[in-house]
Every structure is written in structure tokens, then in C-alpha cells.
Design a protein around this ligand. Structure first.
Ligand code: SAM
Length: 310
């Protein structure tokens, strides 16, 4: 159960689940502006700047590093890992799309695309169609903001403004999606905002719409026990207090920490895909982006799953 959610809730870019899209865009902007960036998202800063005020401003506050130095080292490690996590996640899924393009896939669907700018910033082979699905107000904000700044897409960009708990396959097909062609799907920063049964339904629909040779990738988050969630919340609150960050929303209140949530890799392997997972912590370590946290909580936050349709 989630404290703040209902089965048909809606939001814009600055509220509820919409604001989480700004948070991750702010992390991408911070990485892009860092001295040795792992990924570059030149549109992230524009998209964050237009979204008003919120907790995300802390990620882009230059004085934060000075204030962090004065706070305890654990707070520094926690923030560094939060930002590194987003950079590593973006890096992983950028590489996934490059692999799909190299394999000849020209139909891309980004589920819960939020402020994802891959349709503008990745190099796509000619003729690639990139569909983005998200709530209408989120997509409208992104399109208007990028158009105002003269951004040009690097693929054929198609938007599907609909909630993923509604009949999104019909809306996707109405935009020209062709289920007979192989597709590369992505669910990044999404599954935790869906109840367990909606996650199953989502993958059932993806499976139905996937021609042989299609690929799917997801950021999968398992059930976290209540003790760990309380510790994470307490640690974040302490850190926000130390750095004077105004906590406008608690992400945990927006997510569904369902015990019965399916393991995505297992689910795919049982439903006509061949899939494997990479622990986010292993990937962070591989890329030298993991900072040990003193209280020892180095359990992976997520698994990055990649599957191919048989
Ligand atoms: N994937 C994007 C990224 O990584 O930049 C956005 C991630 S953001 C953390 C979560 C996104 O999921 C938001 O844009 C939100 O609007 C979208 N979202 C969550 N639940 C959704 C639903 N039921 N239908 C459509 N979009 C949803």
C-alpha cells in the first residue's frame, strides 16, 4: 500500500509522482555539469529550471558541497551515492538502447518517460521511432519547454499521453506503433510507482506487443522490509536537516512496497523472454561510482534487467 496514492490519481510536473521526474532530471543535470561526467544530458538543466522550486534544487546547489563538508561524512556519502546511482542508471540504459539500435531495432518505447530526453540526445539510426508514454501534463511540460528552447529530436519522436494503468496499448497503436516489428522497451524509474498487480499487467501487455527479437529493460526494485525503509527514511531526514533541505515530499509515500511483487527477471524468463539482471551496486562499483556508507547498508537498491523475446 502507498500512503498518498489511489488507483486513478493524476499529477503534473511539480506534484506527487510528477515531481520525481524532476528529481531524476536534476541528478542528470548535476552529472552533466560535473568535471568528469559519466553521461551527458544537455536538456536536463532546462527541464529542471522550468519546473519551479522543490527538493531537486539541492542537487544543483553549488554551496551544497561546502555545507556537506561541514556535515558528517556519512551525509556526503549518501548524497554522492544518490547522484551516482542516477548517473549509473542512465549510463546503463543508454548502453541498452545503443545495443538495441546496433541489433537493428528501430521501434523504441520509453514507459513513464517523464523528463527523459533520449529522443533528443542519443544518436539514433535514421528512421528510428521513439515513443514516450507518461501522464498528459508531464509530457506537455517537456514538449513545451524543449520546443521553447529550440531543441530538435534526433529520432522520430511520438508522444503517448496516457496513464499506464489505462488502455495504453490502444493509445500507442493509435500513434503508429507496429506490434509486428521488434521493439526495445524501457521501464526506468517506474515499477516502484505501480502496485504489484499493475506491474504484472504491464509486462503481460508488453509481451503481447513484442515481436520476436524485441528487447525489454527495467529498473526492478524488490520489496524492502519495513525496518530498512525506516532506516532509509531516518537517514534521509537527518541528512536533509543537516544540509537545510526542505523536504516537500517523501518518495516512500508515493511508492508501493508490495511484498508479493514479482521478480522481473524470473517473470520474464517464465513468459517467453530470456532475461538476466545486474545489481545496481555491482554496476556502480564497476564504474567506480560506489562510495561505502559507514552504517554498512550496501544492499543493492535495484536490479537492472535486460530481456530478449524468444
Ligand atoms: N523514466 C523517467 C526518467 O528516468 O527520467 C522518469 C522517471 S520518474 C522517477 C517517474 C515517472 O513515472 C514520472 O514521469 C511519472 O509521471 C511516471 N509514472 C509513474 N506512474 C505512472 C503511470 N501510472 N502512468 C504514467 N506515468 C507514470
Amino acid at each position: 500500500m502507498s500512503a498518498l496514492r489511489s488507483h486513478d490519481d493524476t499529477w503534473d510536473i511539480a506534484t506527487s509522482v510528477g515531481s520525481t521526474a524532476v528529481m531524476v532530471a536534476a541528478a542528470r543535470a548535476s552529472e552533466t555539469e560535473s568535471p568528469d561526467p559519466l553521461i551527458r544530458d544537455p536538456f536536463a538543466r532546462i527541464l529542471v529550471d522550468g519546473a519551479g522550486t522543490g527538493m531537486w534544487e539541492a542537487f544543483l546547489d553549488d554551496s551544497l558541497t561546502d555545507r556537506m563538508a561541514e556535515a558528517d561524512p556519512e551525509a556526503t556519502a549518501v548524497l554522492t551515492n544518490m547522484l551516482n546511482y542516477q548517473a549509473v542508471r542512465t549510463h546503463f540504459f543508454d548502453a541498452y538502447f545503443r545495443g538495441a539500435s546496433d541489433a537493428g531495432i528501430r521501434q523504441i518505447v520509453i514507459l513513464a518517460s517523464g523528463l527523459d530526453s533520449r529522443a533528443y540526445r542519443l544518436e539514433w539510426p535514421a528512421g528510428t521511432r521513439v515513443y514516450g508514454i507518461d501522464q498528459p501534463k508531464v509530457l506537455a511540460y517537456k514538449a513545451e519547454t524543449l520546443a521553447r528552447h529550440g531543441a530538435q529530436p534526433s529520432a522520430v519522436r511520438l508522444e503517448v499521453p496516457i496513464d499506464l494503468r489505462q488502455d495504453w496499448p490502444a493509445a500507442l497503436k493509435a500513434q503508429g506503433f507496429d506490434p509486428s516489428q521488434p521493439t526495445a522497451w524501457l521501464a526506468e524509474g517506474l515499477l516502484m510507482y505501480l502496485p504489484a498487480d499493475a506491474q504484472d499487467r504491464l509486462f503481460e501487455l508488453i509481451t503481447k506487443l513484442s515481436a520476436p527479437g524485441s528487447r525489454v529493460s527495467a529498473e526492478a526494485v524488490g520489496h524492502h522490509d519495513e525496518e530498512r525503509r525506516a532506516a532509509m527514511r531516518e537517514r534521509f531526514d537527518k541528512f536533509a536537516d543537516q544540509l537545510g533541505i526542505q523536504k516537500s515530499i517523501d518518495i516512500q509515500d508515493l511508492t508501493y512496497n508490495d511484498v508479493e511483487r514479482a521478480d522481473v527477471t524470473d517473470w520474464l524468463n517464465a513468459h517467453g523472454w530470456t532475461a538476466s539482471g545486474t545489481s545496481s551496486t555491482d554496476e556502480m562499483r564497476r564504474l567506480n561510482r560506489w562510495v561505502p556508507v559507514t552504517d554498512g547498508d550496501d544492499e543493492a537498491f535495484a536490479t537492472y534487467v535486460v530481456g530478449e523475446r524468444l
